[in-house]
Write a protein that binds this ligand. Structure first.
Ligand SMILES: [Zn+2]
Length: 564
């Protein structure tokens, strides 16, 4: 309204119209709607060409005749049809970072800003008479081909789109930015990849998918859609567009594909040709899984559940990033939630996976919360369980143990093995008395590729272990591998399995911890008392045909408890 009024006054000042004509047009606008300029023209107070001429002079922008103008498909697709029709804008061409766009009224700053946000390009307006623009809209954006997006952080990959996408030729030029968005996600789902990397380069936006730890090449979206695609991803993930240039950011969205809900987190990092995006996908059905399904043996799962039943103390999940510790963390929270009756709160950096019934907060977000300040505040909320996705420093560690006196703290550690974790806690100055009193357990884990069950076969060359496990000689153990088949794309692997080592401080071991025994002694004693080391758990799972023994030995090479 403000803009409309302003342009009326400008026309008045310039002597294009009279004061009476302006009030008449304003009254008409109130009565029958439409733009002021349109009403002025309709009432015969000025000609469409007068308006174009005036705007051109006033805003220093060119006028354009769209009648014979041809706009490349790729440029049209920069602006969604619904938006183009609603705001009456037509993109014309892209030159470098600039998008020339035809519109009715260059004084409408919100339209310009919206185009900037949608396309990631700097709009250069040119003006065009209304009738010609309407005709161009009909020509370029015929009704019925608009790509509807929810804009609510949900990416719908419905059957219809799926079918249409399958029918589309693999010709990148015909794909819109919206199509690319879905194509990237769907390809990840098809490849069973949980991690998509989108890298902006001169050649365009290249997708790579992490499958079984390795990045596989995917398609490259053309350079003119580069920014548009990444801006759309940012917008879906709720990351505000930076006012100037790029800014790093993290957000999340949900994906609905073939009746399944997936959670996705998006991390954006500025690079020379635009944001580099990493999208991680989590299957929501994972949460419902019991510990055994994470690959925990019954003994380990039982013990973990016993530890989670503690009313206070500290339980650590310890593994380098990328070893599935977040999945374990969320499964534990889901398990605790299932028990009911507990106030569960988390501090995460960032929240990867919203769980209903758990109060999750993000550290380092707009609120500027850090782990120490966050933990202090959370304790006022009388939590029964607090989950932390990181213990970045000594101050946080101190707070973790302080909180452990009042509730159960489940925290993620990133050390290679449990011995390192224990040593770090000691080196950070936590006393033996505090550790003995509060440290309930440390769970180490590794992810290993799972042998494809369709092509599993005995390992041809024997692997000799110096020791067997649990009274079984190495000779008695059979090992397996995957020969490669159609189902696993010839890799012999499908999915992943975790191996665990749960160091639980009960009775005897707790006394030793209180006494301040060296961590290596503690671990040896734990094994004597029945703890399975990472390597033993791996050997067991290899003998069950779940994983390849060679990959177990490699993943646990530094473990040292049984020499390979
Ligand atoms: Zn196979």
């Amino acid at each position: 309204m403000e803009e409309r009024k302003r342009i009326g006054e400008l026309l008045l000042e310039a002597g294009v119209i009279s004061a009476d004509q302006l009030s008449e047009a304003l009254a008409e606008q109130l009565r029958s709607g439409g733009r002021l300029c349109y009403n002025l023209i309709r009432l015969g107070h000025m000609k469409a060409d007068d308006l174009v001429g005036f705007l051109r002079d006033q805003f220093g922008v060119a006028a354009v005749n769209l009648e014979r103008y041809q706009v490349p498909e790729a440029v049209l697709r920069l602006i969604p049809a619904t938006f183009a029709r609603e705001r009456r804008v037509v993109p014309l061409h892209v030159l470098g970072n600039a998008l020339t766009v035809a519109l009715l009224d260059p004084s409408r700053a919100d339209d310009i800003a919206a185009i900037r946000e949608i396309t990631g390009l700097e709009p250069e307006p040119v003006i065009c008479p209304e009738a010609a623009l309407e005709a161009a809209l009909l020509r370029f954006y015929p009704l019925g081909i608009s790509v509807v997006t929810s804009g609510e952080g949900v990416l719908e990959l419905d059957e219809e789109w799926d079918a249409r996408n399958a029918a589309l030729p693999d010709e990148p030029a015909v794909l819109s930015a919206e199509d690319w968005l879905r194509r990237f996600i769907l390809q990840a789902v098809r490849r069973r990849s949980r991690e998509i990397h989108l890298e902006a380069s001169e050649a365009g936006l290249r997708a790579r998918y992490r499958v079984r730890g390795v990045l596989q090449d995917g398609d490259t979206a053309p350079p003119e859609l580069r920014r548009c695609i990444s801006r759309r991803f940012l917008s879906i993930a709720g990351i505000p567009a930076a006012t100037s240039g790029f800014a790093p950011g993290e957000g999340r969205f949900r994906i609905h594909v073939r009746g399944r809900w997936l959670r996705a987190t998006l991390s954006a990092f500025p690079t020379l040709f635009g944001e580099r995006l990493v999208i991680k996908i989590v299957d929501e059905s994972l949460l419902a899984r019991e510990f055994q399904e994470l690959g925990m043996s019954k003994d380990v799962a039982d013990e973990a559940q016993r530890l989670l039943a503690c009313r206070h103390g500290v339980l650590l999940v310890n593994a380098p990033p990328g070893q599935g510790r977040r999945t374990t963390f969320y499964s534990m929270l889901a398990h605790l939630k299932g028990e009911g009756g507990r106030n569960i709160m988390t501090l995460e950096s960032p929240v990867r996976f919203p769980i209903a019934g758990v109060s999750q907060s993000q550290v380092g977000g707009a609120a500027g919360l850090d782990f120490v300040a966050g933990l202090k505040s959370i304790l006022h909320q009388e939590p029964d369980v607090v989950g932390l996705t990181d213990v970045p420093d000594r101050a946080t560690l101190e707070m973790v143990f302080a909180a452990g006196r009042r509730c159960l703290v489940v925290a993620l550690f990133g050390f290679r093995d449990n011995q390192q974790a224990l040593e770090w806690i000691r080196d950070a100055g936590v006393s033996a008395a505090t550790m003995g009193l509060l440290l309930r357990g440390v769970l180490a884990q590794r992810l290993l590729p799972k042998i494809c069950s369709a092509c599993r076969e005995p390992l041809a060359e024997p692997v000799r272990l110096i020791e067997g496990i649990r009274g079984r000689e190495s000779d008695e153990l059979a090992f397996y591998t995957g020969g490669g088949c159609e189902q696993c794309g010839g890799t012999g692997r499908a999915g992943r399995v975790a191996i665990f080592e749960l160091l639980s401080f009960r009775e005897d071991l707790r006394d030793r911890l209180l006494h301040g025994d060296p961590s290596q002694v503690l671990l040896e004693e734990a094994q004597r008392l029945g703890m399975w080391s990472l390597r033993e758990d791996g050997i067991l799972k290899a003998s069950q045909g779940l994983v390849d023994i060679r990959e177990v030995l490699e993943a646990t090479a530094a473990d040292g408890s049984i020499p390979g």
